[in-house]
Design a protein around this ligand. Structure first.
Ligand SMILES: Nc1ncnc2c1ncn2[C@@H]1O[C@H](COP(=O)(O)OP(=O)(O)OP(=O)(O)O)[C@@H](O)[C@H]1O
Length: 810
């Protein structure tokens, strides 16, 4: 670039900074003023209204006054929010107002526009000129998709074609222009080299300035109901997903809010790792959860639930235990499409017979027997859907309960309780009666409160009309309250459909082979079926659920009860999607009927037995919403690790995976043979210090299991590794430094250097452990070291020795 051009760019940057500062200075007092107004209204909210609930009319008037006040407050808060947003955006722009520029001339016009692209838009005072375009604007997609030449982009009014005459990238730090690159490739590798050469962070970074073309397609896909991304380790799947959320939030900012996105993370530390990407881009964070959290939420405390990490620990460590093969067979079967079909057929069968109900009991009395419910249920027209018949039964039960309550009021125990009420309790009962007239919750629930209170008021009037005199009315009310109070849990449990014996329904499936065939129509049983049945039933009897049973159990509940849907959530993003079973997908689809899905995964890293192959043409994931509503992508370039590490890890997969390393060179992986654990830990401790003095800030010693990690942690501590941290499934924060971590918890995150604590054949030899080993090794960005006392794992033994450096020791 010529000196002249550099000068022009530097001058433009100064101009933009000056404008930004001026605008910020103008916003400050406005912001402060609005903030004060909002606070003032909040403070005086209740001073401005008089709550009067004497009559329905008074109540109504109070209601509208409050509503009015509330509207003023909401409006001020909205203006304040908008100003704050502008203020934050400009502050974010100030140190680096843009990172790219394209010069674009639309076909048929003479106008050549300079389009500067940054993390948010900045518009001139008059609102006419974009000084900086948000990276998510339609025109900015040219920057990611094209090299200079003929180009086109999709604008809201249709495609716009033209010529891109210049493409430029900037590095601006602290408001100073540091580098300018003109590029004729999509996004110049020079900049990417610089970005990727840096050390690992405890937080994932936004990749907004270097998004690659194939990633951009994923980010901007706004048509598919299901977006599936199969991508090699380190190919930027998670990064693309985070940018995609930011893009969709921007594009649909009038209608979509961040909390309508739910990200399913593989483990809690991953959640902390990605938590800053969206705020860095000026967006609110989406909801984050793990599938386990979801299961636990829906199962509430009825069951003791095994978590996926305990399940994987079992698979990895209990090979010699009796029942191991049967458990493996169960894990695979209970995640299969066959079992999904079996459950669906079972639900159809239940439409004809076999429903199980739990009797409604009050203390030691049976109020409504399971048999009566059964008869009532199958008395409904069989063309009514199963779930609707459950609702009918629920209504019937509530009606029965009301009748029983009325009868119960004359029971001796009610009289006894009345006799024990003292004056104070009478008053409290009275208070209780009036409670609903008062506003007790936040102003935003007001409408609901109002309707509820009015309802109670009307009921009271009706009851009052019926009453003979005050004393009788009071006694009647008290009796009613006493019974209502005691029947409340029964009513609540009917409302929650607890009368459906879900546990019994699931257990019934595992009675024996012939009944299973009859109920499900399945011709083929998995191996070890009798043993599987025995274990499942025994667990259910103890109110326990294996991880592989949790989703089928909930799905069955859903097929029968059909109530647990969340229609608020519009987007589900599922990372490490290969580790979810077809069951889990079917369940999520049912649970979030209005959501679109983005699933990211790598079959090469499928460490769970129930894995789903995302990329297969015949993948059940494609069938979930159908081919027409599904878009599949493949990412093959790996950005995380050096070329040497990628070449080594590729050789671990039988088909080599589909991976193209990004051109960044480093040292070959080092394999170190030691003579015993003592020597091994001594060597690892020394290597950790050496890596630290080389400046690597995040170093992970990866062991296979939780017990292995604890052992390594203690051994290394004893060798003087002071600031070592042990990561367990309970850990929630991802911090830098040196840590010991089980391989399956390192999913999705990355480290400057990875040391594989034990890469011997003893640790990793079964085929099922290959992907776990691959996942562990692919966490390394710059350095990978592997240690073994005995024979190397066969995955290394079968490898070309040119791919690593062998260092013999001792
Ligand atoms: N376009 C890009 N520009 C700069 N860095 C990128 C880009 N894409 C990915 N990266 C970097 O590559 C690394 C790996 O990215 P990411 O974690 O998103 O990959 P992944 O496919 O989800 O990996 P895995 O499946 O192995 O967990 C991260 O450090 C990320 O910042």
């Amino acid at each position: 670039m010529s000196k002249m051009e550099w000068k022009q760019e530097a001058e433009r940057l100064d101009l933009i900074k000056t404008k930004l500062k001026q605008r910020l200075a103008g916003l400050d007092p406005q912001e402060a003023g609005l903030h004060e107004q909002v606070n003032e209204i909040r403070r005086r909210f209740w001073e401005e209204v008089t709550v009067n609930a004497n009559t329905a009319e008074d109540f109504e008037e109070t209601f509208y006054t409050i509503r009015q006040q509330e509207a003023v407050l909401v409006e001020r808060e909205r203006s304040h929010g908008l100003l704050m947003q502008q203020w934050k955006n400009m502050n974010r722009l100030l140190p680096s107002p843009y990172f790219g520029r394209i010069d674009f001339q639309e076909t048929g016009t003479d106008l050549r526009e300079q389009v500067y692209i940054g993390v948010s838009s900045f518009v001139d005072e008059d609102g006419m000129n974009f000084l900086v375009y948000d990276w998510r604007t339609p025109i900015a997609s040219l920057y990611y998709d094209y090299s200079p030449g003929d180009v086109s982009f999709a604008a809201p009014g249709g495609d716009i074609a033209g010529a891109m005459t210049l493409k430029r990238q900037y590095q601006i730090r602290g408001g100073e222009l540091q580098h300018v690159f003109d590029s004729n490739v999509t996004i110049g590798d020079e900049l990417l080299q610089q970005v990727l050469g840096k050390g690992a962070d405890t937080q994932m970074k936004s990749i907004v300035s270097t998004i690659q073309r194939d990633q951009n397609a994923i980010i901007r896909n706004d048509v598919a109901r299901m977006v599936i991304v199969q991508g090699a380790a380190g190919s930027g799947k998670t990064s693309a997903a985070m940018q995609r959320i930011a893009y969709l939030l921007y594009k649909h900012r009038q209608t979509l809010k961040a909390d309508q996105f739910v990200l399913f993370s593989p483990n809690p530390i991953f959640g902390s790792y990605v938590a800053t990407v969206l705020p860095e881009l000026g967006e609110e964070n989406m909801q984050q959860t793990t599938f386990q959290e979801y299961l636990a939420y829906w199962l509430d405390s009825t069951f003791t639930l095994e978590d996926p990490f305990d399940q994987i620990e079992y698979v990895l460590t209990r090979e010699s235990e009796p029942g191991y093969e049967a458990r493996l067979s169960a894990i695979a079967y209970k995640a299969s499409e066959d079992f999904l079909r079996a459950l669906q057929n079972y639900a159809t069968w239940l439409g004809r017979e076999g429903m199980r109900f739990a009797a409604i009991r009050f203390e030691d009395r049976e109020l409504i027997s399971a048999e009566r419910m059964h008869a009532q249920f199958y008395g409904y027209d069989s063309s009514i859907r199963l779930t609707n018949r459950v609702v009918l039964l629920q209504e019937w039960l509530l009606g029965e309960l009301t009748a029983l309550e009325d009868k119960e009021r004359d029971a001796q125990w009610v009289q006894d309780e009345m006799n024990y009420l003292d004056r104070e309790q009478y008053e409290r009962a009275h208070e209780e009666l009036l409670k609903n007239y008062r506003r007790e919750e936040g102003i935003f629930d007001f409408a609901e409160q109002y309707v509820r209170a009015l309802d109670t008021l009307n009921k009271k009037v009706r009851r009052a009309e019926e009453a003979f005199d005050i004393a009788e009315q009071e006694e009647e009310l008290l009796r009613r309250m006493i019974v209502e109070e005691r029947f409340k849990p029964i009513r609540r449990s009917i409302k929650r459909l607890k009368f459906v014996d879900a546990r019994g329904l699931y257990a019934q499936l595992f009675a024996n082979e012939s009944s299973y065939r009859e109920m499900t129509g399945e011709p083929q049983m998995p191996a070890h079926w009798p043993e599987i049945c025995k274990r499942t039933r025994a667990k259910l009897d103890r109110q326990e659920l294996d991880y592989e049973d949790a989703t089928p159990f909930l799905l069955l509940k859903e097929l029968v009860e059909g109530v647990r849907t969340n229609t608020e959530v519009r987007h589900l993003v599922i990372d490490e999607g290969q580790d979810y079973s077809v069951f889990q997908y079917a369940y999520l689809k049912k649970l979030f009927p209005r959501a679109r899905m983005t699933v990211l995964g790598d079959f090469g890293q499928a460490i769970f037995t129930q894995a789903t192959n995302l990329s297969d043409a015949n993948s059940p994931l494609v069938r979930l919403y159908g081919e027409d509503e599904t878009c599949s992508y493949r990412l093959v370039r790996s950005y995380r690790s050096t070329r040497e590490i990628v070449e080594f890890t590729m050789a671990l997969l039988p088909d080599g995976g589909e991976i193209i390393p990004f051109e960044r060179n480093g040292r070959k992986p080092l394999i170190v043979r030691t003579t015993g654990e003592e020597e091994r830990t001594r060597r690892i401790a020394a290597d950790i210090s050496a890596l630290q003095s080389e400046g690597f800030g995040s170093i992970a010693v990866i062991a296979k299991t939780a017990a292995g990690s604890r052992g390594a942690y203690e051994a290394l501590k004893a060798r003087g590794c002071e600031s070592l941290r042990l990561i367990t499934k309970e850990s929630v924060a991802f911090e830098s430094g040196v840590m010991v971590i089980p391989a399956y918890l390192a999913k999705g995150v990355e480290f400057d250097a990875v040391l594989i604590y034990d890469a011997s054949a003893q640790a990793y030899s079964r085929e099922g452990e290959r992907k776990l080993f691959y996942t562990a090794c692919t966490r390394a960005m710059h350095r990978l070291c592997l240690y073994a006392d005995a024979d190397w794992t066969p995955f290394i033994r079968s490898m070309d020795p040119n791919l690593y450096l062998e260092e013999k020791f001792g």
